[in-house]
Design a protein around this ligand. Structure first.
Ligand SMILES: *Cc1c(COP(=O)(O)O)cnc(C)c1O
Length: 455
């Protein structure tokens, strides 16, 4: 007899993963290497270690080790908020009147409110182990900055955060959470770095972008002794750390004999999705089981659906290495959308390559539609989702409604990356009926893409 599946599947502490899964190591055709912006040759560990902590730089370049052990200190921290529950969305299924079974992996059970803490704690740990004084970073919507502030205070590290200006203004409470945890928060572009000054000159009045903030944070780290730069998305190391999401999800499903058909996640830089799909993609590549995997992005920043697959800079200031990825051009500054965490011009190299190989698909959705779904979800499932996460809910709902038409009983799993308690200005706009959609024209996109580096 099949075990009764609980409303929320909580794993035992002992069932938490002891190693991260390095998805790239399982790929026959690997993502293209990161290139050094100066030499245009694959970047060396030595060069990368000037910017990143050494162990993290090593992880960044490692496409051979299939599993990398999670240090005990990091696992002990994980225990404070993990394992994260895998929830059966019975009430949503009922509201949609669908034969589909819907599950979501909920990553909002920690103060920072998102999955970003999974990588923040790992990165802070390696920085501390290297004997650094502190780290610098950027934050868009504020989730990464908050997570990193928590992680740095845990390990006693200094934390300097460059926060995209529009978020700094829209989300004063996020800023205060970071300051409460001891971080120093500066709106970006600022006048405290050379690159910030340059961007302010070139685009007066700009509300900033993740790309700009990254450039500033890198400069702040490399111009100080005892500091390194850390990044909360896009990088291989971040996907690696986020594989705890997918590993736990797989263990929970396997425990109850549930087989997923469709796996959905929102994609900004691609870290939560890369982490969620990791063990499932391995099975797909090995021919063990086929899964339909869908990345969801905002129509206002349609990297995977309308960008090109090419080498580009990871940041507006062109100080980071070049990556071969789906991109809208590092000069593309997306419209100020209400899902700040999805406002990035590029996409992590692993997901870009998987998309290019046809192993993953992508869809873009309008933010008003996303908020409509978020509202439905909040009303029936109780959780008030982050606008980013609601992108995944939107496509999960679309797929569940398709099942209603066809009568198929598919099992849908999506990543609920966080809560939206700090996004109430956005919810207010939606509730007041004044939220607008923004879809860039082909011309705008072509213009940004035309500026891609050529070599
Ligand atoms: C940052 C963030 C995202 C997007 O980042 P990825 O690296 O693409 O996962 C999604 N959801 C939430 C709640 C976030 O904070």
């Amino acid at each position: 007899m099949k075990k009764e599946i609980p409303y929320k599947i909580y794993l035992e502490e002992s069932e938490m993963p002891k190693a991260w899964l390095n998805l790239r190591a399982f790929m026959d055709k690997k993502p293209a290497p990161l290139l050094d912006g100066e030499t245009l040759k694959p970047i060396t560990l030595e060069k990368l270690s000037n910017v990143f902590c050494e162990e993290l730089a090593r992880q960044e370049l490692d496409d051979e080790s299939k599993f990398i052990e999670i240090p005990e200190e990091v696992r002990n921290f994980y225990k404070m908020y993990r394992p994260a529950p895998l929830v059966r969305a019975y009430c949503l299924e009922k509201a949609l009147d669908t034969p589909a079974k819907i599950y979501y992996k909920f990553e909002g059970n920690n103060t920072s409110g998102s999955h970003k803490l999974n990588s923040a704690i790992a990165q802070a740990y390696y920085a501390k182990k290297q004997g650094l004084k502190g780290v610098t970073t950027e934050t868009g919507a504020g989730q990464w900055g908050t997570a990193l502030s928590m992680a740095c205070s845990y390990f006693g590290l200094d934390c300097k955060v460059f926060m995209v200006k529009c978020s700094y203004e829209q989300k004063p409470f996020r800023r205060e959470v970071m300051r409460t945890y001891g971080a120093d928060v500066t709106p970006s572009p600022s006048m405290t770095t050379e690159v910030g000054k340059k961007i302010n000159e070139e685009f007066p009045g700009t509300t900033g972008s993740l790309g700009c903030a990254i450039s500033e944070a890198v400069e702040a780290a490399t111009s100080r002794d005892g500091y390194r730069y850390v990044l909360g998305s896009v990088l291989n190391q971040v996907l690696l750390h986020q594989s705890v999401i997918g590993l736990e999800t797989k263990t929970a499903l396997d425990k109850y004999g549930v087989k997923a058909d469709i796996i959905i996640g929102c994609a900004g830089g691609g870290s939560n999705l890369g982490g969620l799909i990791a063990p499932f993609m391995v099975e797909k590549m090995q021919g063990v089981r086929d899964y339909q995997i869908i990345a969801v992005e905002p129509s206002s920043c349609p990297t995977l659906t309308r960008g090109v697959y090419a080498y580009d800079y990871c940041d507006t200031g062109k100080v980071c290495p070049l990556a071969k990825m789906y991109t809208l051009g590092s000069g593309y500054i997306p419209a100020a959308s209400h899902a700040g965490g999805l406002r990035y011009h590029g996409m992590t190299t692993t997901l870009s390559e998987l998309k290019d190989q046809g192993l993953m698909e992508a869809r873009s959705v309008l933010q008003t539609e996303v908020f409509k779904t978020a509202q439905t979800f909040a009303r029936v499932e109780g959780i008030l989702p982050a606008p980013e996460s609601a992108h995944a809910i939107k496509v999960a709902v679309d797929e569940a409604l398709k099942c209603k038409e066809t009568g198929e009983e598919k099992t849908i799993v999506f990543g609920l990356t966080g809560t939206g308690y700090f996004d109430m200005m956005s919810y207010q706009k939606f509730n007041d009926g004044v939220m607008k959609d923004y879809v860039p024209t082909d011309e705008e996109i072509e213009k940004a893409i035309a500026k891609l580096p050529k070599f």
